[in-house]
Ligand binder design. Structure first.
Ligand code: PAF
Length: 270
């Protein structure tokens, strides 16, 4: 695996790899088995795989966890070396430098709901960096996890709207044995918070089962779905969660919940 620390090194590598098909996996590091599964998918579709690790300051709000976001580049490099990754791009752009690149606005219809309501500007920061990396790397494929389902939909829309020449592939959510969706932020959870966090997926499963039953009968659909969601919202709140949202979109239930201050997101199809 070649490590590319800056634009010059990336340009030099591009001269080597441009004859191959390229799959790109953008990450913010703190890698876990979920990320590593994206690498397997990347290798199954393209000849060369590029992973990026960059904690993007543009997508963090002023009161968010940018400075505390877990960073351990040596550990990440070792994990990546255990897989077939051809290049790791890990630039150290500053926020000031990034404010000079083309700033994009995420499609408001998709970006103002769910996480966007709680993280103003977050998705603008995501599409800006993802588009910039697409311009720099010129991949044929880019792979995004379904855990960040709203992000996936927003990036698909950006690629369509700008007619970019990259195919977006979605990868299924990977879960811990307990069902908790794998996330870099899980390292923030204490043992007791983790046990509590496990309720997210358990309740998503039962909500999904209840909603599927109603969908089969198709009676007063939205009202019934909303009633189920409201009852689970109450259940979460009673057991000490702070709920940013539980909503139903794209035939999925999506949730953002704070467990002892740690904000986790998850979703499930119905
Ligand atoms: O999903 C993430 O880790 C980030 O939002 C991404 C896509 C790497 C952009 O910084």
């Amino acid at each position: 695996m070649r490590i590319l620390y800056n634009l010059e090194e990336l340009e030099a590598a591009k001269n080597e790899y441009k004859q191959y098909s390229i799959a790109f996996i953008p990450t913010m590091g703190a890698l876990h088995a979920g990320h590593l599964s994206l690498i397997d998918k990347a290798n199954s579709v393209a000849e060369k795989v590029i992973v990026s690790i960059f904690v993007n300051p543009l997508q963090f709000g002023p009161n968010e966890d940018f400075s505390q976001y877990p960073r351990d580049i040596d550990r990440d490099i070792n994990l990546l070396k255990s897989k077939k990754v051809d290049y790791l791009f890990c630039p150290n752009f500053t926020k000031d430098e990034l404010l000079k690149i083309k700033q994009l606005q995420a499609e408001p219809k998709l970006a103002d709901i769910l996480c966007g309501k709680f993280r103003k500007g977050h998705f603008d920061g995501v599409v800006t960096i993802v588009n910039y990396f697409f311009e720099l790397i010129e991949p044929d494929y880019a792979i995004f996890g379904e855990k960040d389902y709203q992000q996936l939909k927003i990036i698909e829309t950006m690629v369509n709207n700008l007619s970019l020449n990259v195919k977006i592939l979605a990868a299924e959510i990977l879960r811990e044995e307990s069902g908790l969706a794998m996330s870099s932020r899980n390292v923030y959870l204490s043992q007791s918070s983790r046990i509590k966090a496990d309720e997210i997926y358990k309740n998503l499963c039962s909500m999904s089962a209840e909603i599927s039953k109603i969908l089969a009968g198709d009676i007063e659909l939205n009202k019934k779905i909303q009633r189920i969601i409201d009852s689970y919202k109450e259940k979460f709140i009673n057991s000490g969660f702070e709920i940013d949202y539980i909503e139903y979109h794209w035939s999925r239930i999506l949730i953002a919940a704070r467990v002892d201050g740690v904000r986790l997101i998850d979703n499930i199809g119905v």
